[in-house]
Design a protein around this ligand. Structure first.
Ligand code: 13P
Ligand code: 13P
Ligand code: MG
Length: 366
């Protein structure tokens, strides 16, 4: 049976500051999606949050980029914004960059990751959702899951994975895409995806079967809007087992909390801390950046779950390491590489300061 899994998210207001989603907003989203399930548009849904980002997880038979599904999500976010404004939540509606829906939420602010799949006899999926980071945050974990045999032993010993995986990589500035076939292309691919602020892994496919293995949302709100509008905090859906990595191989990359961009004012690097949904409350310097992982088994499109995968004690050390890295990075204060390079910062006083200092700059002798 063909089923589409759509994950659509938006930051439509924080409680308090940028630290958490308000329960009434999530309840409003649940009521909307329940109605859509009752009238048959959705097979199933789950509403959750990562920090102050509201996450709509939906299954249906309408395919990817379906207007009705995108309109449903858009309406939830618009009504959620009205409620957020009433509660005077912080940054109410910040990810909605347009006033009018035009058929697809892509490019309008919300993050979208969708895959239409032929549901297997057993279909385990993991949905990663993050806050206080940006589009390229999945590059390193996806590389490890699908191309690094030191992470994923299945690449070596599982016949269905031994031919490797194909990566679709997007240049988020030029709006172009390229396909890399691993393991052959890994050195070329790493030149690009090692620069995650410019190149982001959009999707991964099993090279032999061509089946979709993972899909991420890769858009940069700051580029869409041409000014600071919050972060294009990404989501990522990964299929597990069989011709894909085992669930443990999919989660393993997060045991090393890598440095990502997006902490405090969208302008700092910090460690990506894997946490339970409950612990996705970034409050220390508005962070450090968080990632949650919900696991589901699909059954005729029904979402059997969620299981909160990072609740596992096996991730305690990763959290401790992330806290130590957070202290270390914070010690740099306003200096790079904690602070992002000037051209990457989501807002900056640079033009005003340069204007003010212009007259005081003196030419140096050659
Ligand atoms: P599959 O090949 O069925 O995915 O099993 C691998 C596994 O789960 C071992 O950890
Ligand atoms: P959000 O993108 O979650 O609103 O975070 C904004 C920020 O920069 C907090 O310091
Ligand atoms: Mg947010």
């Amino acid at each position: 049976m063909k089923v589409t899994l759509s994950v659509i998210k938006a930051d439509i207001g924080g409680w308090v500051g940028h630290s958490e989603s308000h329960p009434e907003i999530l309840e409003l989203a649940r009521q909307h999606l329940e109605k859509a399930k009752t009238n048959g548009m959705l097979i199933d849904f789950h509403v959750t949050k990562c920090g102050d980002d509201a996450q709509l997880i939906m299954t249906h038979k309408l395919g990817e980029e379906n207007k009705e599904i995108h309109k449903l999500a858009w309406d939830v976010f618009v009504e959620g914004t009205t409620l957020a404004k009433k509660l005077k939540l912080y940054g109410a509606g910040q990810d909605l960059l347009s006033d009018a829906f035009s058929g697809n939420v892509k490019g309008m602010g919300p993050g979208v990751a969708e895959m239409e799949i032929e549901e297997r006899t057993s279909e385990p999926v993991i949905i990663f959702m993050a806050d206080k980071t940006s589009a390229g945050a999945w590059n390193l974990p996806l590389y490890k899951m699908f191309a690094d045999p030191f992470n994923t032993i299945g690449l070596v010993i599982a016949p269905k994975m031994h031919d490797g995986f194909s990566f679709e990589v997007h240049d988020v500035k030029e709006h172009t895409r390229i396909i890399f076939n691993t393991p052959n292309d890994i050195y070329d691919m790493l030149v690009l995806i090692g620069a995650p602020s410019r190149y982001a892994v959009k999707a991964v496919y099993n090279a032999k079967s061509g089946e979709i293995a993972a899909v991420s949302s890769t858009q940069r709100l700051s580029l869409i809007a041409g000014r600071y509008v919050g972060k294009d905090v990404p989501v990522c859906v990964v299929r597990g087992q069989g011709s894909f990595p085992a669930i443990g191989e999919i989660l393993e990359p997060f045991t090393n909390p890598t440095l990502v961009e997006g902490w405090m004012r969208g302008s700092h690097h910090g460690p990506l801390m894997p946490v339970s949904v409950e612990d996705s409350t970034p409050s220390r310097f508005d962070g450090p950046p968080r990632v949650i992982a919900l696991g589901f088994q699909l059954a005729e499109g029904k979402l059997i779950g969620p299981r909160d995968m990072f609740i596992d004690k096996g991730f305690d050390e990763a959290r401790r390491k992330a806290n130590m890295a957070a202290d270390y990075m914070r010690g740099h204060g306003p200096f790079e590489p904690h602070r992002l390079p000037l051209d990457e910062m989501e807002y900056t006083t640079m033009p005003q300061i340069m204007d003010k200092l212009k007259a005081r700059f003196q030419k140096l002798e050659e």
